[in-house]
Design a protein around this ligand. Sequence first.
Ligand SMILES: *Cc1c(COP(=O)(O)O)cnc(C)c1O
Ligand SMILES: [Zn+2]
Length: 378
Amino acid sequence: MKYKCTECGKDFSIEHIHYLCDECGRDWVPGNKLSGVLEICYDQADKENIQKELLINNFFPYDKADLPNIPVGNTPFFKAEKLSNKHNLNLWIKNDTVNPTGSYKDRASYWVLAQAKHHNINKIVCASTGNAGSSLAGISAATDIKAKIFIPAKAPLGKRAQNIAYGADLDLVEGSYDDAYALSIDYSADGKSLNRNTGYNPITIEGKKSVALEIYQQNNNKIPAYIVIPVGDGVILSGVYKGFKDLLELGITNSIPKLIGVQSNKSNAIYNYWKNGEYKSLEHADTIADSISVKSPACADLAVRAIRESHGFMIEVDDSLIVGFQFEIARNSGIFCEPSSAVVAGIFEEKYMLNKDQQIVLLLTGHGLKDVNSILNY
Ligand SMILES: *Cc1c(COP(=O)(O)O)cnc(C)c1O
Ligand SMILES: [Zn+2]
């Protein structure tokens, strides 16, 4: 297997650490969407080694022996009966709020930790709105690898507390997530630490694909009609797509679910890009859904491509409705998710021609207890 540039197709050896394509990403500077994002590409020999029954265990670039000793993923998947009846839809929940640090981000951290071990690196740095940092801090704490985190000082208290509890070296940035991103890129520039920034390190996309493999298996080897995904940097969306695309290319499945990406109207760079066909960074991104608050989303290109190629669509929700969405999901399913996850309830507002013959999966990405102030202030 190898890394492949998602723009020019150039190959890079898996034996070395690579971030962006040395040609397409050469002029990239923090503060812009990434260019020259790499992805893992499996060759025929890899494919032949991947046996259907062992799919989830074998379908990743590193040896299982390099994985941290803490279970990640394999989260519950179930039909949300009450919510389905209320909205006259066939709604399923993939409950990623129960990952070890309470968010989907653990799927990426898990495989980045394996990457660090594989390459003998003992420090990993990342920028975060809160959850990527909590996740890297927590999953690293199960190993001897150190975590260095840059997060905005205004990140929700619960997320800051997690970073402290897990013992990460925490840098509170007086600025935005985009500022933290730039600082973390500087930090790893000397090559002494591995950078886990979302999308920048291709293993974050690869790690985040695991949910697709799980959904396929937990759904009795069937492909759901739709998956509804909260979108910030667009890496979860790109990862979900990568998982289903790999299954398709291996000949295990014959279709891909339509992906529905959801953003807040106060942080909607990817929505606008999808709608207008033209990318522009935002002047401000300030949604109550802090985990999806970003001015220049790292994985904007791949995310828009995932929406198009899966024949899905993007929606934006009014920011003032998001806490109400948390109530809606909590009171009709028993799952208390954070604002950034609750945006998926945006599909109930207009229905978007969805009907109850289609299986719709809501990806709930972060635990509600991480940010109790949004509920209490409301
Ligand atoms: C990071 C995050 C997202 C968005 O993921 P992106 O890859 O940035 O699009 C959604 N929900 C939660 C809880 C997150 O932590
Ligand atoms: Zn390239």
